[in-house]
Design a protein around this ligand. Structure first.
Ligand SMILES: NC(=O)c1ccc[n+]([C@@H]2O[C@H](COP(=O)([O-])OP(=O)(O)OC[C@H]3O[C@@H](n4cnc5c(N)ncnc54)[C@H](OP(=O)(O)O)[C@@H]3O)[C@@H](O)[C@H]2O)c1
Length: 376
């Protein structure tokens, strides 16, 4: 494993961090985590030197923190830093913050959370935290020994990011960043802005929730023609580790093979590894991606459950698949095989989902577009 500085902190973080948002499931229910497989994956990763584990109150309908807690038994707690997040959208008072933090310590079954984040900040959530004086609340939690460092994860525009970064001497922050998102949300600007202040930048969604792992033919062809042979995952991850401002890259791995592959790629990573010609290949891949019609959904499932049962991420995934090199009929067949309530056309436009989408997607409008494409 390669290790990298974690901002100004006296801690060398593994290049690869474990994201516990896309754990293997026993069936199709997101809460029904396959615990045996998950424990095997997390233990393997820690045994191979991964020392940063990221979860959140809401992942897997609350189940992720519990399973992560089980993985920390048998001496694993001492080998890894644990990061989890306060569900800011559920918080309305200082008492709420105390209540969630205590519940999280209980679920994880530990007495100290190393890295505590305000989850998925945007303008409105930041304004709410300021009003609640959440930073002094967090400092008190540090004094009580319940948490180690305060940070935040982020989904909004770069101006908001800059404002939040400038508002407090943060130890670390977490941003969505991959070779498609250089100008999206905090983007490359945010990465460099935070890093030059000595703030450790943790990367989430390095493969855009998996989309960069299975690129459309138009992108795959670019990688196939490159003089250096690498998988699309290796291209995407090495591009991140190439940048000195990146502290650790969280990957939401969903099986042991992915853990093994990503550890191997991390071990071969290095700042400045990619040549100018290789960086141009990534630029070409980005251009090819951007030339295709697509919905910018990362399958994070924050929008679920839909009150009417629509499987929002699956509809967007099928739509995105439909417009890749001749895959329309296959995607349409899969769409029509969905139970009726899960299809885009079952959306009642209540808009509950829109408030929760980290990408700020106009979900009902996009579902209408999906229904039009597949049913009309
Ligand atoms: N704070 C926030 O607002 C927030 C938001 C999002 C994520 N996060 C955190 O950041 C972590 C990382 O984000 P992410 O889960 O979106 O990561 P990601 O790496 O962009 O996507 C993970 C998906 O990529 C695919 N993948 C990973 N390694 C692969 C490999 N070697 N070969 C083939 N496919 C591979 C898998 O998809 P398949 O399952 O389809 O195979 C996996 O589920 C999360 O787990 C979570 O801890 C935080």
């Amino acid at each position: 494993m390669q290790y990298r500085p974690f901002g100004k902190l006296d801690f060398q973080v593994s290049a690869l961090g474990f994201g516990a948002m896309r754990l293997p499931l026993k069936g199709t229910n997101d809460a029904d985590i396959d615990k045996t497989q998950t424990l095997e994956m997390i233990h393997y990763a820690i045994d191979q030197g991964v020392n940063y584990l990221d979860t959140a109150y809401g992942y897997h309908s609350g189940g992720s923190e519990i399973v992560v807690g089980k993985a920390l038994k048998d001496g694993y707690r001492q080998k890894v830093k644990v990061a989890t997040k306060l569900p800011v959208w559920l918080v309305n008072t200082a008492q709420d913050m105390d209540r969630y933090l205590d519940e999280q310590l209980k679920k994880l079954d530990i007495d100290h959370i190393d890295f505590y984040l305000f989850h998925a900040l945007d303008k409105d959530r930041w304004a709410k935290l300021e009003q609640l004086e959440a930073l002094s609340w967090a400092e008190k939690a540090i004094q009580k020994g319940k948490i180690g460092q305060i940070g935040f994860s982020f989904h909004d525009d770069r101006e908001t990011f800059q404002k939040i970064i400038d508002a407090y001497p943060w130890t670390f922050c977490q941003i969505q960043y991959n070779y498609l998102d250089i100008d999206h949300q905090a983007g490359q600007f945010g990465l460099q802005y935070a890093a030059q202040k000595g703030i450790a930048v943790v990367i989430m969604e390095p493969l855009r929730g998996g989309r960069l792992a299975h690129p459309p033919q138009e992108v795959q062809r670019i990688f196939d023609e490159a003089p250096v042979k690498r998988s699309p995952v290796a291209w995407a991850l090495l591009w991140l580790w190439n940048q000195k401002e990146v502290a650790t890259v969280l990957s939401g791995m969903s099986n042991l093979l992915q853990v093994k592959e990503n550890i191997e790629i991390a071990s071969s990573s290095r700042i400045g590894l990619l040549s100018p010609e290789e960086l141009k290949i990534i630029d070409k891949a980005r251009e090819a991606f951007e030339s295709l019609p697509s919905i910018n959904c990362n399958m994070c499932k924050y929008c679920l459950p839909c009150p009417n049962g629509v499987n929002i991420p699956r509809n967007f995934e099928l739509y995105n698949n439909a417009f890749r090199g001749g895959a329309f009929e296959d995607a349409r067949r899969k769409y029509l095989a969905l139970p009726e309530e899960e299809r885009a056309s079952s959306c009642l436009r209540c808009g509950d989902c829109e408030k929760l989408c980290p990408q700020a997607l106009p979900i009902p409008e996009l579902l209408e577009k999906v229904a039009q494409a597949f049913e009309k």
